[in-house]
Design a protein around this ligand. Structure first.
Ligand code: R5P
Length: 287
């Protein structure tokens, strides 16, 4: 198996190739004056199996680039081409929220299914998108790796999902940390007053780790952190797999009282301190 980097995942692809002891292929990436993307495989290919590792942070470019890499590899005689998109773009438009909308990930899944042998991603927003693919769609879990980062930092923490949907992430992190876990429940006290508190656990005098799949604007986690501090929590840490962190999100998170924000390199950002290379490589070793 050879490892081919997308332009946005060159370091991650190299890390994976090193763990796998696989050839890391040189690719030229450039743009035409009108901004169109160009790729060229520079190394000779003597393998019929390739894995493209290309996260989709800059989504439209990454998607087109993966098509071009597919085409170039196919021409070089590679038969089985796997796409690893650690952050899978358009996955949040997984249903019609309003009449007339496209189900974006559905059409992309149909296109990917015509090209790739399988598509691998890390903690997609919703697992049900698998149904849109007619090829194997594999979703890897980076939460345990993220939790390892906190192993020696936290003292008897409570791990919290900021909503019920995130309970599975809290559970996965808590298993690594040998900690209690819960999720935050919103209760309406009066028509204008809302209380956000852990469903079962008292956070008073406890260290808290809030875990989510994505931190985007930071609003969800910042509100949760403020509430936990009001309820007596000692220290708050925040972790997410995909640190999308739009605009002033990092600033907002620290302003809410969080002492450290940590994400992975599925979506490169200034808090991407945990690499998912091992998570991806461990899966690729099995196929
Ligand atoms: C929602 O279901 C996700 O798991 C995240 O909670 C959400 O994307 C976070 O968004 P924001 O950071 O903008 O509050």
């Amino acid at each position: 198996m050879i490892v081919v980097p997308g332009s946005q995942s060159q370091n991650l692809a190299y890390e994976v190739s090193t763990i796998l002891n696989a050839d890391y292929i040189r690719v030229e990436f450039k743009r035409f004056p009108d901004n169109e993307i160009y790729v060229r495989i520079l190394d000779e290919i003597n393998d019929d199996k390739a894995v493209i590792i290309a996260t989709q942070r800059y989504q439209n470019d990454a998607i087109v680039e993966s098509f071009l890499l597919y085409d170039a590899l196919r021409d070089e005689g590679v038969k089985d081409i796997i796409l690893v998109a650690p952050y899978l773009a358009y996955a949040r438009q997984d249903k019609k929220f309003n009449p007339g909308e496209a189900i974006s990930i559905r059409i992309l899944a149909e296109i990917y299914s015509k090209m790739f042998k399988e598509v691998v991603t890390v903690n997609p927003h919703e697992e049900h998108i698998k149904e849109f693919f007619s090829i194997p769609f594999v979703s890897l879990d980076a939460v345990p790796k993220l939790a390892e980062y906190f192993k020696d930092k936290l003292e008897n923490p409570v791990v919290l999902g900021p909503d019920q949907g995130a309970l599975r992430f809290a559970k996965s992190a808590a298993e690594v940390l040998n900690a209690e876990y819960d999720y935050l429940e919103k209760t309406r006290i009066t028509p204008t007053e809302i209380k956000i508190a852990p469903k079962n656990i008292d956070v008073k005098d406890r260290e808290v780790l809030i875990v989510d799949d994505i931190i985007s604007t930071g609003g969800t986690v910042a509100t949760a952190a403020k509430m936990m501090l009001e309820q007596g929590a000692k220290k708050i840490y925040a972790a997410c797999v995909h640190p999308v962190l739009i605009g002033d999100a990092v600033n907002k998170l620290y302003h809410s009282g969080i002492v450290e924000v940590v994400g992975t390199n599925t979506f490169s950002s200034e808090v991407s301190k945990v690499s998912v290379a091992e998570v991806i490589a461990n899966y690729l070793k099995t196929i």
